[in-house]
Design a protein around this ligand. Structure first.
Ligand SMILES: Nc1ncnc2c1ncn2[C@@H]1O[C@H](COP(=O)(O)OP(=O)(O)OP(=O)(O)O)[C@@H](O)[C@H]1O
Ligand SMILES: [Mg+2]
Length: 318
């Protein structure tokens, strides 16, 4: 049984906006699936349909084997959800909210208390557990939200942009927690605008743009597909870039050199590396100051599939 399956899933809103425009998903139990896309791509709308908060206007989906439209109750019992905008009662403490959640899930008091304190500990909130949530930082709220989503040990967990706006430390804590869920066999459907996050965490990535999945695969396969490695060279002063380009063209195709580099070559084969380039340059009597092998990133994949760079993709050179 697949953990998540969608066939031609669609959601249109008034005014004819097709927020989700016919997507197919096949996600295995235990898989970490990264749903990557820019603002307004349709990520939250997809999640809201899969967690039964919004009815599809076309197509169908099952989660944990149950139809999201016809068996919402059965779906809800098997999933955990941490939405993009966590609605936490700011007057309650972290511990109180956790216990409330456990009780709502039908857990007995003793079991609930044990589970809650375990989870609070796991997300690093033990010391803050008795403080009111109103005084929590953004990162603490996201961590509490995650702990609440895990109370009933769901088999499928949905995290909608769990790390947007978090500082690196909080982001890292969340990443660790997701890695731990992988070990426990929980399926995680995670949306993100961060390429690095999808690359680090996800077994498989789906890239969504304008309501459509434009690429899907393991991060490695997507990067491989999106193009060859290239080599960037800075020559020692006095070495002729034209001669270097000519020499290196035996290894691949010259590209427009970027920024500070004198020569860039798109490599013909994945087996070719820095050592080959150095040898070729050396044979031509050219001296190298710096040389680097550059592999394509998920951002390159995104660029290739959509024609633009992903917002918030970090501090890449432009
Ligand atoms: N309730 C709604 N009514 C009308 N349009 C909506 C509604 N919800 C979402 N949309 C539109 O659907 C599109 C997809 O929105 P969605 O929230 O799914 O994007 P997202 O990928 O989650 O973006 P973000 O990264 O900003 O959270 C957007 O154009 C949005 O304006
Ligand atoms: Mg969203």
């Amino acid at each position: 049984m697949l953990a998540i399956q969608a066939n031609g899933l669609q959601r249109a809103f008034k005014g004819g906006i097709k927020a989700v425009d016919g997507i197919d998903l096949s996600i295995e139990q235990g898989e970490i699936y990264g749903f990557l896309g820019p603002n307004g791509a349709g990520k939250t709308t997809t999640v809201r349909m899969l967690v039964t908060l919004l009815l599809p206007t076309g197509g169908s989906a099952t989660v944990a084997g149950h139809d999201v439209a016809k068996e919402a109750g059965a779906v809800r019992r098997r999933i955990g959800v941490a939405l993009q905008e966590a609605a936490l009662d700011s007057l309650m403490t972290g511990n109180e909210l956790m216990l409330l959640q456990a009780t709502l899930q039908g857990m007995k008091t003793d079991a609930a208390k044990k589970r809650c304190s375990e989870l609070i500990e796991r997300v690093g909130l033990t010391d803050a557990g008795d403080r009111r949530v109103g005084g929590y930082s953004g990162g603490m709220k996201r961590r509490l939200d995650l702990a609440m989503a895990l109370v009933h040990s769901p088999s499928v967990l949905f995290l909608d942009e769990p790390t947007t706006g978090l500082d690196p430390t909080s982001r890292f804590t969340l990443w660790q927690e997701v890695s731990r869920l992988r070990e426990e066999g929980t399926t995680v459907f995670l949306t993100t605008q961060y390429l690095e996050e999808a690359d680090q965490l996800a077994d498989r990535v789906g890239i969504i743009a304008d309501g459509k999945i434009v690429a899907e695969g393991t991060p490695e396969a997507l990067k491989r597909e999106s193009g060859a490695n290239h080599i960037e060279v800075i020559l020692l002063e006095g070495s002729d870039p034209t001669a270097a380009t000519a020499a290196l063209s035996s290894l691949g195709e010259p590209m427009e050199a970027s920024g500070k580099h004198d020569v860039s070559i798109r490599l013909r084969e994945p087996g070719i590396g820095v050592a080959d380039a150095v040898r070729v340059l050396d044979d031509a009597g050219l001296e190298v100051a710096e040389i680097e092998l550059v592999k394509p990133s998920l951002d390159d994949v995104f660029m290739e599939k959509t024609g633009h760079r992903l917002e918030g993709s970090g501090d890449g050179e432009s």
